[in-house]
Design a protein around this ligand. Sequence first.
Ligand code: ZN
Length: 193
Amino acid sequence: MEVYISSNAFWALLISAIEVYKRECFGLLLGYRDHPNLYILEHAISYQTANRRHTSVEKNGRASRRMEKFLANLPHLSVIGDFHSHTGWGDLKGVGNLSTQDLVDMIPGNLYMIIVANDKRRASTWQYHGDGTLSGTVDDYHFRIGGYYLDDYLRAKRANIFCPYAIGFSAKESQQKILTRSASAQRWSRSKR
Ligand SMILES: [Zn+2]
């Protein structure tokens, strides 16, 4: 299974994890299934009424029924699953594995994304990993994004995530930094003249 993440959805996932950081966010994934083995994730909508705790997040039943009904009427897009974050800081590192509750909540045909947000130890560019996840840093945080689904035998599997935007964004960011650095070096050398 492959998951393609749009730039919109990429930022929405990160921003909703950061908004409530140290607590967990929860939201819905909007997009479509282009092929039996490919999900296109266009938007990620954060649930403002989710009950957030450090180690779990629950959705508000009434609000979620209202949202689901509303979203069922969107043209072109549908709810393809949901996302939540696992957070960690200091020595309490958040991990990307599915918890027992995460597994219980999985329904065949749905996509589940977990954003692991941790304090950043050092800056790293956005990159894909052999286990299908995508990771990188922004500001003071390190993120790892993983996608999960149930296979035909109802076993939880990790999907391969693709987000060309995130990979390109890293490249652009480091290029930008080099440019800024050389510009400030020039300014500095000019002022010394
Ligand atoms: Zn979880």
